[in-house]
Design a binder for this molecule. Structure first.
Ligand code: PLP
Length: 405
């Protein structure tokens, strides 16, 4: 999204709220999603991993553009159905699925449950039998890889899915009420290198084909999860979707696949969002220039969780002030009483000071709902939406008196 097109809206919102907020450009999101729709092969099905941003106005855009949605909790399921998604357009991933939750997934008639353990498979079968239905599912596998870890595990042992040995040993005759339509594998996140994505996906397809024949599954779907990156660092470029589509189509041909599914989070919504917070204080500590903001990891925790910052720029409080070309590095902190509350070190105009605002870009994914909002009882951030010329506030700020008892 182009920040320059939104400066008036941002300044209006700052004046009105005087507190930190997220801001989403839904026209940008709509054209990005439409472009993906137009470019994708008909056998590539796109779902939105709504953990990335479950705001209803965002979900409704996905619904209107005929994307499916992946939910990973009862809360997400309720939010998605409240936003008008049809059961056929919902799938469910996630390592923590109780019997009660699996029953509500089936009662809501969702398209497909992604099975992540032997118990989940057993319970799905029992509940389907009890309800007199056949339940569609994917089996989620977790592979060993060369190379390090990732938010999604990488080569680490995680709670996601089942290891190759376990999946390969499943005897489907024990689960007659379950129809396994394919497999799901997703272990690597935020990758910007198309060649690396291709290598990972190729290896997944190869192993899944072997497992499918061992378990005797008629392989209709391979779900590759998410994992396509967006630029967070200077000089990084987004991978264009036509290139991603080309790679998926060539894998489909090479491995003779019927359908490839992807559940995109970051790549779908990351670039449509901003987070804005005001500079409250500036100081120098042992030679390091420090800015302290109104909001930090209580609003946007990803930098502390992953060690990666969102790109940042200054919006001066004084509207007539030109951007100072002289810059220096600032260590930027939030308001919490923990040194974990650090949003990064940024090169910013040297005259940035209290009262100015910082704009964190590409923060449409893993923002509001990934944070730790209650610690220290600061305001919750608002969520602001710009769409077709309208500026809307689906969520205004909340103060501690709204939730503390
Ligand atoms: C099962 C599953 N699918 C998809 C995603 C979305 O991943 P990304 O944001 O990398 O596209 C996630 C993210 O955690 C996930 O857990």
């Amino acid at each position: 999204m182009k920040i320059a097109n939104h400066i008036d809206n941002l300044r209006k919102t700052i004046k009105r709220l005087d507190s930190s907020f997220f801001y989403y450009d839904l026209d940008f999101l709509e054209s990005h999603l439409s472009e993906m729709n137009n470019l994708r092969d008909q056998d590539i099905k796109l779902w939105f991993a709504c953990k990335a941003n479950p705001l209803s106005s965002i979900l409704k855009l996905f619904r209107n553009l005929h994307f499916g949605v992946d939910v990973a909790s009862l809360g997400e399921l309720e939010q998605v159905t409240r936003s008008g998604l049809k059961p056929q357009d919902i799938i469910s991933t996630g390592p923590s699925k109780s019997k009660k939750y699996i029953r509500s997934l089936l009662e809501n008639e969702i398209n497909c449950v992604v099975i992540e353990s032997e118990y989940q498979l057993k319970w799905l079968n029992e509940i389907a039998k009890d309800m007199g239905i056949k339940a569609k599912c994917l089996l989620r596998a977790q592979f060993e890889w060369e190379g390090g870890s990732s938010v999604l595990g990488g080569n680490d042992v995680t709670c996601f899915g089942m290891d190759r040995e376990t999946v390969s040993a499943i005897d489907l005759k024990e689960y007659p009420e379950v129809e396994v339509i394919g497999f799901h594998v997703f272990q690597w996140g935020n990758i910007l290198d198309l060649k690396r994505l291709e290598t990972i996906w190729d290896k997944i397809c190869l192993q899944i084909k072997e497992i499918a024949s061992q378990v005797n599954v008629d392989l209709k779907v391979i779900d590759l999860g998410g994992g396509i990156g967006i630029p967070y660092e200077k000089g990084e470029q987004r991978v264009p979707f036509d290139k991603i589509n080309e790679v998926l189509v060539s894998l489909k041909k090479k491995h003779k696949l019927q359908k490839i599914w992807m559940e995109l989070g970051r790549y779908a919504v990351g670039e449509c969002g901003l987070y804005l917070s005001q500079v409250i204080d500036r100081k120098k500590t042992r030679g390091v220039d420090i800015l302290v903001l109104d909001g930090g990891i209580n609003h946007i925790a990803r930098p502390a969780l992953t060690g990666q910052s969102f790109p940042c720029e200054v919006l001066y409080h004084d509207e007539s002030k030109e951007n100072n070309s002289k810059t220096k590095n600032f260590q930027v902190h939030g308001p919490l009483c923990t040194s974990l509350d650090k949003l990064g070190t940024f090169e910013l105009p040297e005259d940035v000071d209290y009262g100015d605002w910082l704009i964190f870009k590409n923060s449409g994914a893993y923002g509001f709902t990934e944070a730790m909002p209650f610690f220290l009882c600061h305001n919750l951030p608002a969520e602001i939406v710009s769409y077709k010329g309208d500026l809307m506030t689906p969520r205004t700020i909340k103060t501690s008196t709204d939730w503390l008892v």
